[in-house]
Design a protein around this ligand. Structure first.
Ligand code: PEP
Ligand code: MG
Length: 838
């Protein structure tokens, strides 16, 4: 016996009914709005979330009462209505109420074929989705015998006749949809789209429009914008029976088209009315809506409407246009665009309308897409670029020496590494699409080829596409969408700038990156990693001479050759940034990174330096460390080999004088990396003050500079008070700080991070999203202790987290002055920061 409930189990959707999105779901609410706009919506009934929850728990409302709300003999549909359309839900079930009696009636009126198709369609969908029978038994094309076979198969499997009672059919459909929502897969899918664990489902039961009859009949969708670009353009489709030729269903263009029939020509009044409905929805519902409609013998009915499914660029254009037309406010436009989606606009993207042949997956380390031929070494990448051929650099992992190859490539793919690995950081800086940690790549460096999981082999010179936005490696080339730094994008970001209350700078090492930073309207450079300036061919050799020097005097000779090059670097950067702040991080990496790794390289170096190979090998060995990231690097080099920082100080200050003579006054910011003790800061400060004084005397030009410390070790955060005493700013290098707080190598963590996140050991990759509980606490301690001693000390974050929206929210709440991130993430940070301020 069916157990019935005594709560209000359903509500007919009328203009005055109590329907709200939280109780009945977005679809029910949206239908009520359409009804209030006087759109011709068929009779609809909303089942609130409470009812659906009770159904899933075994309490069924009296479905006879629901059926009685509709005209006798009407067929009905059941559609999901969660609170947010993005959360999906079980598939719609159509034509509930179809049975032998209605089959006969339809056959009488409209012929056997239509009646069979309708009944078979319902039996198939009921058997597969409601009774959960094997789909293989129910996939035949419509015919009288197929219908008989499907009914017989149902009978045999279920040991009962196909249900004929509409109320019984409805009860089974409701039960199956309510339970599907509770399933684990469905829950995980919607949670991935942001649904809370307690998200509930409402359902809408609606009278079906019978698309039968002698006049134009069928179903379609219409919207006023094109979904990829957002440009105004009537878009959609209509499938129906043409009265002029009633043989089979055909697809109509909406707008008049030389290639075939169009709704505009077949039913001009309907076409005009539909556009009018879309325009009214746009103004009253304050969204571009896609209307789903049906024509019943020429009469128009509106079945449903959803927000136009659109790409990021279309979403930006729509939000800005609606605000410009005063349909929504500017603040609302800012809030409507997902910041992460902006980075899609800054790069080429794989056209979602094309086909994809995915051959491997990895971590989507830098967004955008590019196609090119596979090269397996930096040298080959350079050779390929010099021939004008686009190439993709594929490596097990990249090392600093690969940087020239990365510059030459259109995209980078590595088998190992995580989100802050060398390849990932450099690619984001260069704006190159990049996938790292593609562990199923099957890279064989000896045979110089890739073997994919399904056994396909790709060698050097083969064409592949990197989709760095979603981490997929595709075979061959694909259709691409162009970047869209269009007027809508710029307008939205200017509105965001007026609202946000935390600064956004860019991490930029090269003139190109600095120009990109300006193009994206960063408020300065928050981190210029100077070591990247020493990897150019001509400098690398001098750098190596410096490392191999036997005495301070010899070292100085090499450094004197590097000085003019560094000075020129800084002049260029200051010129490009035109008075905006530029924060220069002093030399940071372990020296061995500049030395060759293999015997061949060492032999070449011995030749270049005119030294015996054995001496080169010995020196390389002597410089190697067990834990290079915790060894002689950063300020530790500054203290023990002071000539390097001395050269950098001179280059920075001489460039300051030169650039200030030519343009806006420059106040350089100098940042000391990897500090762990205040004495390190005192030593460097004394040295820099002395060099500044000497440059002032030598040039006769006065200038200021700001000294700061990069807080990258837990100890620097804990001792921030005594450190802040000596400096004007503290910039938290959250990459190293995360590495050292967790004791987790940023270069190796990628290998197991996926497992760790999957098993919920960490909620997310902490190199990607700031760990607020642990690393965040060190930031708060550092801020509080620094500010206590130096209330006006400038506080910032310059690790990769600076471009991550949740991390930006934390920095803003904690009173940071600015975040600094890769240039291509600057727009994302500008928009996210504005959203947090609203
Ligand atoms: C950091 O450690 O957070 C940082 C920005 O420096 P790098 O990534 O160069 O170590
Ligand atoms: Mg660092």
């Amino acid at each position: 016996m069916q157990k019935h409930t005594d709560f209000t189990p359903f509500t007919e959707i009328t203009p005055s009914a109590q329907v709200d999105a939280a109780r009945h779901g977005w679809r029910a609410k949206c239908l009520q709005r359409l009804i209030r706009l006087d759109l011709p919506v068929p009779k609809s009934v909303a089942l609130p979330c409470d009812t659906v929850r009770a159904i899933a728990a075994g309490q069924m409302p009296d479905t006879r009462r629901i059926v009685a709300s509709f005209d006798a003999g009407a067929l009905i549909s059941i559609r999901p209505s969660p609170a947010d359309p993005d959360w999906g839900g079980p598939g719609t079930v159509l034509n509930v109420g179809m049975n032998a009696e209605r089959h006969d009636a339809i056959r009488e009126k409209h012929g056997q074929a239509l009646a069979d198709a309708l009944y078979l369609g319902f039996v198939q969908s009921y058997a597969i989705h409601v009774a959960r029978l094997d789909p293989d038994m129910f996939t035949a094309e419509p015919s009288e015998s197929a219908l008989a076979a499907a009914l017989a198969a149902y009978d045999a499997e279920m040991e009962e006749e196909f249900p004929q009672d509409t109320a019984r059919q409805l009860a089974e459909v409701l039960r199956s949809m309510a339970r599907a929502w509770e399933g684990t897969t469905a829950r995980l899918l919607r949670e991935a789209k942001g649904a809370p664990p307690e998200a509930a489902l409402g359902l809408v039961v609606q009278e079906m429009v019978q698309c039968l009859g002698p006049g134009l009949s069928g179903q379609g969708t219409i919207q006023l914008i094109e979904g990829v670009t957002g440009a105004p353009q009537v878009t959609g489709r209509f499938r129906g029976l043409n009265p002029a030729n009633r043989k089979a269903e055909e697809t109509f263009y909406l707008v008049k088209d030389k290639r075939g029939n169009s709704l505009e020509e077949a039913a001009p009044e309907v076409f005009a009315t539909l556009q009018d409905h879309c325009r009214r929805c746009r103004v009253k519902l304050r969204e571009e809506m896609q209307i789903e409609f049906a024509l019943e013998n020429g009469a128009l009915r509106v079945i449903d409407a959803i927000r136009v499914p659109c790409s990021s660029r279309a979403a930006v254009r729509t939000a800005v246009t609606l605000a410009q037309e005063d349909i929504i406010s500017r603040d609302e436009a800012i809030l409507r665009v997902e910041p992460r989606a902006l980075s899609e606009l800054l790069h080429y993207q794989v056209d979602p309308r094309g086909t994809r042949d995915c051959i491997a997956r990895g971590i989507n380390a830098s967004p955008g897409a590019a196609s090119g031929r596979i090269v397996l070494s930096a040298a080959d990448a350079q050779a390929s670029a010099s021939r004008g051929e686009a190439c993709i650099l594929v490596r097990r992992e990249t090392v600093p020496e690969d940087i020239r190859g990365m510059h030459a490539a259109v995209a980078v793919l590595t088998e190992r590494g995580g989100i802050t690995s060398h390849a990932a950081v450099i690619a984001r800086g260069l704006g190159l699409p990049c996938i790292v940690g593609a562990s199923d790549l099957g890279l064989d460096t000896r045979d110089r080829r890739i073997t994919t999981k399904d056994g396909r082999v790709f060698g050097e010179g083969d064409m592949i596409t990197i989709d760095g936005t979603n981490g997929e490696v595709l075979a061959g080339t694909t259709e691409m969408l162009e970047p869209a730094l269009d007027e809508w994008f710029r307008t939205l970001l200017h509105w965001a700038d007026n609202v946000r209350d935390i600064g956004v700078r860019a991490n930029a090492d090269t003139p190109d990156e600095a120009r990109t930073a300006r193009m994206f309207e960063a408020e300065g450079i928050g981190l210029c990693r100077t070591e990247h300036m020493f990897f150019d061919e001509d400098r690398l050799t001098v750098m190596r001479e410096m490392i191999f020097a036997n005495s301070a005097k010899d070292r100085k000779v090499a450094l004197d050759r590097l000085l003019p090059m560094q000075r020129a670097d800084f002049i260029t950067l200051f010129d490009i940034m035109a008075g905006l702040p530029v924060c220069i991080r002093l030399f940071d990496p372990p020296l061995h990174e500049f030395l060759p790794q293999d015997r061949e390289g060492m032999r070449e170096l011995a030749e270049a330096l005119d030294r015996p190979l054995s001496e080169v090998t010995r020196r390389v060995e002597a410089l190697s460390e067990f834990n290079p990231m915790l060894g002689l690097r950063g300020v530790r080099i500054g203290v023990t080999v002071p000539e390097i920082y001395e050269m950098q100080a001179r280059a920075i200050f001489e460039a300051t004088v030169e650039a200030s003579r030519r343009g806006a006054a420059v106040v350089p910011e100098v940042m000391i990396p990897l500090v762990s003790a205040k004495r390190e800061v005192e030593i460097v400060k004394t040295q820099f003050d002395a060099v500044a004084a000497a440059v002032r005397v030598a040039t006769g030009v006065d200038f200021d500079y700001r000294l700061g410390v990069m807080v990258e070790t837990p100890r620097a955060a804990l001792r921030a008070g005594e450190i802040a005493h000596h400096v004007s700013f503290l910039s938290f290098g959250t990459n190293d700080l995360t590495q050292m707080t967790y004791g987790l190598s940023r270069d190796d963590a990628g290998r197991f991070m996926g497992d760790y996140v999957k098993q919920q050991v960490y909620p997310e990759d902490p190199f990607h999203v700031l760990d607020i509980d642990g690393v965040g606490e060190l930031l708060l301690i550092g801020c509080a202790r620094g500010r206590k001693i130096q209330p006006d000390v400038t506080l910032s974050v310059c690790g990769e987290h600076g471009g991550n929206p949740p991390s930006i929210a934390f920095c803003r709440r904690s009173g940071f002055d600015y975040v600094s991130c890769s240039p291509f993430r600057v727009p994302v940070a500008r928009l996210a920061a504005a959203q947090f301020a609203l």
